[in-house]
Every structure is written in C-alpha cells, then in structure tokens.
Design a protein around this ligand. Structure first.
Ligand code: S6P
Ligand code: ZN
Length: 202
C-alpha cells in the first residue's frame, strides 16, 4: 500500500467490516475449516469419527482476514470463530501453527469462552480467555485456540504482515497436550503423557 498517490495526496485507507453472526464480510477473506481439513489433528482417528456420525462437512471454525502491509508496518487483523463441540471428548479447536522467528501476535477475545494452548520446546501452557481478555504471544510459541464453551468462541488476532505461518510442525508433532471435556461442565488440559496442566468450567 503506497501512503501517497501519484498526485502526492494521501491514499485511501483500507477498510473492512465483518458481521460475525452471519459472517457477512466487506473486504478481507473468509476461510472455513471443516472436520475434513482437520484430519490427523484430533486424538481420535478419522475412521472412528466417521463411525461416530460426525460428518466430514462439520464446520469447526471460520477465519476472516484483512490484509496488512509489510512496508508500511500495518499489521494484519484476523477474526476467528470456533464452533462449540467436541470430537471424542476433545473440544473443537484450530489447526495450530508457529510464526516466523521475529513475529509475535496479540489475541483478544470478543465473545464466548475458550483459551490458547501454547508450546515452546517442552514448555506447554494454557491461557483461558473470556470476553475482553488479551494475550500477547512471543514469536517462538506455537499456538492453538480451543472453544471450551457452549457458544462460538470469537477472537481477533493481530500480527505483522504478511501472513506466513508454519503448519507442518503441528501436523507432525502436535501441541503436546489436549483440551478434553471430562464430565458435566468440566474440561481438563492434559499433556500427552497424562499430566494435568489446567482445568476449568465450560
Ligand atoms: C494467525 C492467527 C489466527 C489463526 C486462526 C486460525 O497468526 O493465529 O488468525 O490463523 O485463528 O488458526 P490456524 O491455526 O488454522 O491458522
Ligand atoms: Zn498465529
């Protein structure tokens, strides 16, 4: 984005608008992730899910992104909405990724209840979020968001342009922990080795 047009006048700002109830969007792009695209990420294997009658077309989350600009240091903004639900007890979540080494990110919860699972080498942490909570993530931390509630969990993410993240590491090695609905209103965050990291109410 050039700050000035060819006549030397300030150019128009980029604008966008998202209506998160129906995902009507002006500007920006909307990406929909279904269970089909989450193959291999939930603990329960895909064949079991199909037997459990969870359609491959089940929407897990949607992401709206409005571009930023690297040269002008305009950060990108995204809004993600994760549906409520679970797969074999594991609560609906995003794929998860890591950013390039010099780019962290700020998250803010707009609606609902959820949290962010983060991992840096063998350190795994859980940050629960409800409306108004902000979490700032250093670049080295891989992160995945999880809806722990009964309504959509909606949050914004703010990061340097352009959007370039690495998904392979999470696909191959996971986050090292899972957020499970255990009984009633309770959820637990447990490492792959079974240690309890956190628990809370949905
Ligand atoms: C980008 C930011 C979010 C996620 C979005 C979906 O840095 O963290 O916009 O991209 O929540 O998650 P994922 O793991 O599918 O990219
Ligand atoms: Zn991110």
């Amino acid at each position: 984005m050039a700050a000035y047009n060819s006549a030397g006048e300030p150019s128009a700002a980029w604008t966008g608008r998202l209506a998160p109830d129906d995902w009507a969007s002006e500007g920006g792009t909307v990406t929909v992730r279904t269970l089909r695209e989450m193959r291999g990420l939930f603990r329960r294997n895909f064949e079991e899910m199909q037997q459990a009658d969870l359609s491959e077309d089940t929407v897990i989350y949607r992401v709206w992104r409005l571009r930023g600009d690297e040269e002008q240091h305009i950060p990108e903004i995204s809004v993600t909405s994760i549906e409520p639900g679970e797969v074999g007890g594991e609560l609906f979540m995003t794929h998860g990724h890591r950013h390039p080494s010099n780019r962290g990110e700020t998250y803010m919860c707009l609606r609902g209840n959820g949290g962010i699972l983060v991992r840096d080498r063998s350190h795994i942490r859980w940050y629960p979020m409800r409306e108004g909570d902000v979490v700032q993530l250093p670049a080295a931390w891989a992160h995945r968001s999880v809806n722990t509630g009964y309504r959509p969990f909606v949050f914004s993410g703010h990061y340097s342009a352009p959007f370039t993240v690495s998904y392979d590491e999470i696909l191959n090695a996971g986050m090292g922990a899972a957020v499970m609905h255990v009984a009633g209103d309770l959820y637990e965050v447990r490492t792959n080795e079974g240690a309890l990291l956190a628990h809370g109410r949905r």
